[in-house]
Design a protein around this ligand. Sequence first.
Ligand code: GLU
Length: 274
Amino acid sequence: MAATGIVTRFAPSPTGLLHLGHAFSALVAWRTARAAGGRFLLRIEDIDTARCRPEFTAAILEDLAWLGLDWDGEVRVQSGHFAAYAATLEALRGRGLLYPCFCTRAEIAAAAPHGPEPVYPGTCKHLDAGEAAARIASGAAHAWRLHMDRAAAGRTLSFSEHGERRVCDPMPFGDVVLARKDTPASYHLCVTQDDEAQGVTLVTRGEDLLPVTAIHRLLQEVMGWPEPEYAHHRLLVDAGGQRLAKRDGAPAIRALREAGLSVEAVRARVGIFE
Ligand code: GLU
């Protein structure tokens, strides 16, 4: 890929204030784009309308600007694109690659092998089509799951990270949700579709998301979307070696700023000096 062709992005979810870990991610992506004369895009991943708040979106934009980051073009806000996600879901349904799932979280947890994220045991995959349609017509809450074995059949998937090709396999994730019960899309669908819609050629994000790249590569292949390059960066950790996370009180950029730290000092805290 020609260096000047790089289009990369930062895609935070506005569920809280930006912390140092986000600042690191944003700066890595921004610096990569600017160093290559490429484009740096900003996307707000706010489909989870129960957890995301517009005031956090406003705060994110302000904190990024304070950090000295500029982005190209309009900010893409996912909640404005539900119709586009619905069109993809319709296309996948038409190809027999989705099925409705009526299970509750508790039912899935009880039936699935134990683990941090239970793999869906496939209960609703075997529902009679007529019965599923009747339940939908009666207003039963349901998600839409990817028929993983059908979607992945016959495909050997891989992705390219810093020019090195790595094989990946989405099968262990099982029939992932592409449209949630509470919101008519899901992270996996929206992140992949938006990278395509925004012409992203380099997905820059934390290495915690490396495993799910297999799911995203599958969706790209199934939909015929171009394959981007990937750059999964290390995660910032606290003094105890724990990953920085909002819920554990990672320092918000805003708090550091209000405490009088300069932009240079905050950049230095994440190891980015220039
Ligand atoms: N919105 C996701 C997050 O905040 C990141 C998107 C992605 O790059 O996959 O973790």
